[in-house]
Each structure stands twice: as C-alpha cells, then as structure tokens.
Design a protein around this ligand. Sequence first.
Ligand code: CA
Length: 230
Amino acid sequence: MGKRILLVEDEAAIREMVQLALSRAGFDIRAVADAARADREIEQARPDLILLDWMLPGVSGLELARRLRRCDSTRNIPLIMLTAKGEEGDRLSGFEAGADDYVVKPFSVKELVARICAVLKRTTPVGDEHPIEIGGLRLDPVSHRVTGRGETIRTGPTEFRMLHFFMSHPERVFTRGQLLDRIWGRNVYIEERTVDVHIRRLRKALAGHGFDRFVQTVHGTGYRFSRQME
Ligand code: CA
C-alpha cells in the first residue's frame, strides 16, 4: 500500500481531482472537507502527509496547521498547504504556522505529486544512522527525537532535517543555496528566503534549552552550526 495522504479541502471539485490523481499515482488518499473531519480521520489512521487548504470554512487551514504542530502526536506529520494566495507574506505565514511546503492554486497534478514526493523524501528517516551528540544536544535519526541534556526538544519535520544536516556538518559555513540543495534537494520551486524561515523556527525550538546559539548567522554568507561562540 502506498503512503497515506490526507487531503483537507472544502471545494468538492478540487477534492475529487486530487483524490483521483493521487490514487492513480499509487497513494492511499483520504479526503475531507473541514478541520473537524480531519481531526477524526487523523485519530483513526495517522497520515504520512497532509495536504491542507488554506481557506476552509470554520477553522482555517492555517489554524489547523498551528494546532497540528502544537500537538505531540501530530507534530511530525509533513504538511503541504494548498493556497490561492500567492503573495509572499501569506506564504511566509504558512511556513511560520508549520507548513513544510506550499502549492499555489491552480496547480498541475504533476507538480503536486512532485512536491509530495519531495516532502516525503526529505522527512522520512533513512533508518540506518547513528545518534549525534554535540555539547549536550542529541539527535537520534532513527527515533526522530531531539533532546537537550535529556529533555525533549520538539521540532517540525523540516527543522529536524535541517538540524540533522547541521549536526552532521558542524563548524562549516553553508550558503542558503547549499542548504536548499542539501536539505530540500534540488527543487526549483523553493526560494532561498524559505531557509531563513526554517532557521528561525529551528532557533525557536532550540531556544528554550539555550541551544539556539549553536545555529549561527555568518553575515553575508549563510549559516553555520557551531558550539564555539563568535
Ligand atoms: Ca477552500
């Protein structure tokens, strides 16, 4: 059986189009029209990825995204926002709310499938890697857990992958373009400033434990993971 995808979309025509296309592409696709039904569906069977429409009646897609990210049982489920709004500010607030990617309507089925595959690829643990520990910060790629001096640190899936990359390559400076290539894969759709949003989210996740200082901005170049202070 293919990966389980949950689509939350109130427009029946889009719901049917996506459902048909994704089942043809080999996914196990469920579709619901609102946040309440999404909650029930997630409780019954945890999806591998959620496609979430921005404009939903009642609880908006953005609100649902925030809620999913706050809850421990749903925090790690990759999220792609579907939005008719193409403006920069809206996209960035989608990322801030916890989206791993977004697709602007109207989208082609081919593009949607490509985005889903890219997000699943970068958020699925490889499973044969060893835990890494640097200065009291520990990341376990197999269990997908981050701890700071034994306490759990909660991250979204993209921040987890970013932290994994940084901790595997400490003390090296990477440009935004290099981070996109290495963490997201060569994906023509993603803009460099998306990196900054995820850096911000990663720092926020680490801040409560004082590890945000490890994620350092190298002015005019990019970012570096280092336990040394500037
Ligand atoms: Ca809608």
